[in-house]
Design a protein around this ligand. Structure first.
Ligand code: SF4
Ligand code: SF4
Length: 287
């Protein structure tokens, strides 16, 4: 089973929930940080890393001697990553999406394959937990190809719990699209409600069961609860606002370990996620 923890916006506690869920999971599990622009699951699980590979993307490299400035490459490129200026060919590697179109149409063989470094894939162990993450190179904007390289190392013999990037753009969709269950972490505030709505609308076409973790309950307003009730989104877990959670989080501790009274809540969350995946969800609140 693949479980993706996602959120319509950052700062809802997605990684906090992910770290605790991984820690209480009672089957072999692989924890995967796909929030490659800002991976921080490792700060909590503290894995011992044992492997690393550099993720690269193929880009065109030009040979001015062979180029006749015909412009065919520039015409096919949808990303303005290659253009002809007078008789000079200019390439903009950071804008290239690696589609290979320009190489396919060049009649002179003036383009060859080069590579751009996207970031790194790292893996290791945190006790019994298999750990895997991607980290985007500073200044790199293209995260989906790096995420694909991370996903090549998913372990199908284990349950996989993914810490997905926040938001609803390409990286977030990429992280959740292969999941069996999507868990949306939000909070009962107007921002939380708005971004929960965006996330539900963005992920609904994927057609996977979705549930909600309502974090920092006990303040804010009823908007997110009303939305869950109206759309039939089950609330799988409520985590009350508690200063100790913020303190432990800021000290890099896993809440399920540091605050034993919270451990049972995450065990209940695991049970509900399994029920949701099986289409057999019982006894949930929706506010
Ligand atoms: S590989 Fe694709 S995106 Fe990159 S420069 Fe060539 S046509 Fe443009
Ligand atoms: S298609 Fe080839 S020959 Fe034509 S402008 Fe591009 S690199 Fe030069």
């Amino acid at each position: 089973m693949i479980i993706a923890l996602a959120s319509g916006k950052g700062g809802t506690g997605k990684t906090t929930v992910c770290a605790s869920l991984v820690r209480i999971w009672d089957k072999p599990v692989q924890a995967v940080d796909l929030d490659v622009e800002e991976p921080n699951l490792a700060l909590y699980l503290k894995p011992e890393l044992s492997g690393r590979l550099i993720s690269e993307m193929e880009i065109p490299v030009s040979d001015q001697e062979k180029c006749t400035a015909c412009g065919a490459c520039s015409e096919i490129c949808q990303f303005k990553a290659i253009t002809v200026l007078g008789e000079y060919l200019l390439t903009f590697p950071e804008m290239c999406h690696g589609c290979g179109g320009c190489l396919a149409v060049c009649p002179e063989g003036a383009l060859s394959l080069g590579a751009r470094e996207l970031g790194e894939v790292l893996w290791g162990q945190a006790g019994e937990i298999d750990f895997l993450m991607g980290r985007l190179r500073v200044g790199e904007a293209m995260s989906p190809p790096l995420m694909r390289d991370v996903k090549k190392r998913l372990d199908s013999s284990r349950d996989v719990i993914i810490d997905a990037p926040p938001g609803t753009s390409c990286p977030a969709i990429n992280a959740v699209k292969d999941a069996d269950v999507i868990v949306l972490v939000t909070e009962p505030t107007p921002f939380g409600f708005y971004d929960l709505k965006l996330a539900r609308e963005a992920f609904t076409p994927i057609g996977k069961p979705m549930g909600v973790v309502m974090n920092r309950t006990g303040f804010g307003d009823a908007g997110a609860y009303d939305y869950c009730r109206a759309t039939g989104l089950p609330i799988l877990l409520e985590i009350p606002y508690d200063r100790r959670v913020a303190e432990k989080y800021s000290q890099g501790e896993v809440i399920a370990d540091a605050l034993p009274e919270f451990r049972g809540r995450f065990i209940e969350l695991a049970a509900r996620i399994r029920e949701l995946a099986a289409g057999d969800l019982k006894e949930v609140s929706n506010g």
